[in-house]
Design a protein around this ligand. Sequence first.
Ligand code: ATP
Ligand code: MG
Length: 268
Amino acid sequence: MTDTDQYAVKQEPYYRPVGDETELFEAAHAARMPVMLKGPTGCGKSRFVSWMAWRLQRPLVTVACNEDMTAADLVGRYLLDADGTRWQDGPLTLAARIGAICYLDEVVEARQDTTVVIHPLTDHRRVLPLEKKGELVEAHPDFHLVISYNPGYQNLMKDLKPSTKQRFGALHFDFPEAETEAEILVHEAGVDRTTAERLVQVGQRGRNLKGHGLDEGISTRLLVYAGQLIARGIAPGAACRMALVHPITDDPDLRDTLEAAVDTHFPD
Ligand SMILES: Nc1ncnc2c1ncn2[C@@H]1O[C@H](COP(=O)(O)OP(=O)(O)OP(=O)(O)O)[C@@H](O)[C@H]1O
Ligand SMILES: [Mg+2]
């Protein structure tokens, strides 16, 4: 199996477009303009990227970034084996060689000195210098860099340098409108429309508490979880407590407020 096959998105992922993100992404992809997806956790950013990779018929290489990540984790390193040393491409190098969409998830988590390795790939040069190996990799014409980031977790210590930020066009994601979100829940969780609509209402109540003790609102992902429990026969109240209330707060007052919202929308 070649790398290109291994990273292909073989089946169409379910993604419900919520605005003009599809055409904007397609135009950015055609121009090979690096794209930044901004938005809260669990609102569909990763799902959107895999759907776009499927639509555009490009392999997708995803990297979950973290603060311990080094430049070598992205570009590659020499490994020791029985016959001596052998160069192993990192995921960014691999994506540049095979012409993949490279998705760096939660890129602010990486240290700034790690993030700068993407710079030469994101301007007209479209190259990646492998300094340790003494090779200059020219990106495949189809290579496209996409990063995600959640503005909610942003702080002064953890932000992208302006010189990194200004290499990207940005698409802003947010939770879908009620109708659309209910449609997503019906599809993803297998609940009926009425249950989906009620879950969305509980979700919206939780989102209104953002900034009033909650750092992040109840995500679409958590609403899907609640729906999946209900679809497996769990009583809605218990499902909502497990998936919507307890994961997001340890504060007894907030918990009571959210549980009251659950009881309002699922009285039975
Ligand atoms: N527009 C959408 N179409 C289909 N499913 C969606 C959509 N938005 C959200 N979802 C559902 O929400 C879940 C979470 O979405 P996803 O994993 O893409 O979130 P994310 O924005 O990447 O979150 P994170 O920042 O935490 O990685 C998906 O598994 C899917 O079930
Ligand atoms: Mg994601």
